[in-house]
Design a binder for this molecule. Structure first.
Ligand SMILES: [Zn+2]
Ligand SMILES: [Zn+2]
Length: 470
């Protein structure tokens, strides 16, 4: 039954057949929809097909254990709403074989990125929260600006960072009232909001902004999952979206991360795995599922809504892929299958991860690489400014200028930051005038790395010394 293969060779000419009267490919009843050109389904068979596809993706991976706590990212959009509905159905008694994990839901309010007013943000939050609370699962509400003040070590003690949490036992009415009240409190991150605005405004291109928002969103999800004891983060990324991600990644210099960004399981973080159980669904299937089941969705504008096609690399890629998909229905599945052949080696220590996007660093390359050529030409062209910025404090500087300066300068230099980033995130930082505008947890992470590198160098010296004495 799951033998339906994506990507049959279909020429645009054959699309004309769609208008003909079709019967369901499984049961010969009158079809109500056609997913790909050749797959006509009646309502019942489509539901069976979609549910099976979802369950098979989870079952095949054998990653999600019984009783495991899974944090589900809900954006209010089509794909994540579809995922939420599938999970609800899978956990209900109606399901043929019940799903056995424990979901928690999180919505990240990104209103700040599009300059929404506090009232507008409250409205969208209320809308999404209403949908989330109806499920009866624990719900969390986060704002993107909270990524500016994440505190990895002891955030659970500080009430400011804790999400709005509603208990399963609360009645629907009670929780709604409480949530709105909590939300009013919750939106008082003025300082963080200001910091995020400054950070986003100092990035020149929309591409860089989008990329940063993506990383910050991921940071919040991972952070919340860690603190609330979830071991998996589940995202509603469908194949169309992932095909766009894949091509965008390549265009943005994230070629090394394609495998992780589009795989079923993203294991870039050691303790939290990101899973994408509807990655085999096309956006058409998602939309049809939502229509047939009356799944409520909330439209929330993003930074590229209403923007021209060429606003950002991702937006342009999306236009390209969806345009191609319209004429050649196997486009996304072909892109995805090509992507599946790629593989990224995961490194074990956190120091070989990018401080912004947590992907493995792809900058550990031989001296004669293209990357070092780029670095060299950058250094040459910025020569004068580099010598100035290496050490900001004037007198005490030891003058070595290699990051091991002993003078107590709390601000990180651009070189320090860049050394902890992957190639694509370096491009992003290039647009930033002051690296200290980055979120606190990223800067803390980088200074920690710097101290460790320094310590390692010191130990190395010590070991060499003793050897000399012996
Ligand atoms: Zn049928
Ligand atoms: Zn990165």
């Amino acid at each position: 039954m799951c033998s339906v293969q994506d990507g049959e060779e279909i020429s645009p000419v054959r699309r004309e057949k769609i208008v003909e009267e079709r019967t369901c490919m499984k049961c010969e009843k009158k079809a109500v929809l056609v997913t790909r050109v050749n797959d006509a389904f009646c309502r019942e068979c489509f539901m069976v097909y979609v549910t099976h596809k979802f369950r098979a993706a989870i079952g095949k991976s054998k990653l999600i254990r019984d009783g495991e706590r899974v944090l589900v990212g809900v954006s209010g959009g089509q794909a994540s709403s579809c995922l939420l509905h599938l999970i609800q159905e899978g956990l209900s008694g109606r399901a043929h074989k019940k799903l056995r994990f424990q979901p928690g839901l999180v919505f990240i309010d990104e209103g700040v990125t599009v300059g929404m007013s506090a009232e507008e943000r409250l409205t969208t939050c209320t809308q999404v929260l209403e949908i989330m609370e109806k499920t009866g699962f624990p719900c969390y509400l986060k704002a993107l600006e909270q990524a500016m003040e994440l505190d990895r070590e002891n955030a659970s003690n500080s009430p400011q960072y804790s999400a709005v949490e509603t208990k399963e036992s609360d009645t629907a009415l009670g929780t709604s009232g409480k949530s709105v009240e909590n939300m009013a409190k919750f939106h008082k991150y003025d300082e963080a909001e200001e910091k995020l605005k400054v950070l986003l405004n100092s990035l020149k291109s929309v591409t860089a902004k989008e990329d940063l928002i993506k990383s910050l969103r991921q940071n919040i999800l991972i952070d919340l999952a860690c603190k609330k004891g979830y071991s998996k983060v589940m995202l509603g990324h469908c194949s169309t979206r992932l095909a766009v991600h894949l091509l965008t990644d390549i265009a943005q210099g994230r070629g090394a991360h394609v495998a992780m960004d589009t795989a079923f399981a993203d294991t870039r973080c050691s303790d939290i795995t990101i899973v994408r159980p509807i990655r085999d669904f096309s956006s058409k299937e998602v939309t049809m599922y939502n229509i047939l089941n009356n799944v409520p969705t909330v439209f929330i504008p993003t930074i590229t809504t209403k923007a021209p096609d060429s606003a950002s690399i991702e937006h342009l890629t999306e236009k390209f892929v969806t345009g191609l998909q319209a004429d050649y229905p196997s486009t996304t599945s072909n892109i995805m299958r090509t992507g599946e052949k790629l593989h990224t080696e995961k490194k074990k220590d956190t120091e070989s991860q990018c401080a912004v996007c947590q992907a493995p660093l792809d900058t550990d390359v031989p001296p004669s690489s293209a990357l070092s050529a780029v670095q060299f030409s950058e250094t040459v062209s910025r020569c004068s400014s580099v010598t100035l910025s290496i050490c900001n404090s004037d007198k005490e500087c030891c003058g070595r200028g290699d990051g091991s300066c002993q003078s107590k300068d709390p601000t990180l230099t651009r070189e320090d930051v860049i050394s902890a980033l992957c190639y694509a995130c370096r491009l992003l930082i290039k647009e930033l005038d002051d690296v200290n505008k980055l979120p606190k947890h990223i800067l803390d992470d980088i200074s920690k790395r710097q101290r460790r590198i320094k310590m390692k160098t010191e130990i190395e010296d010590f070991l060499l010394d003793t050897e000399d004495h012996v």
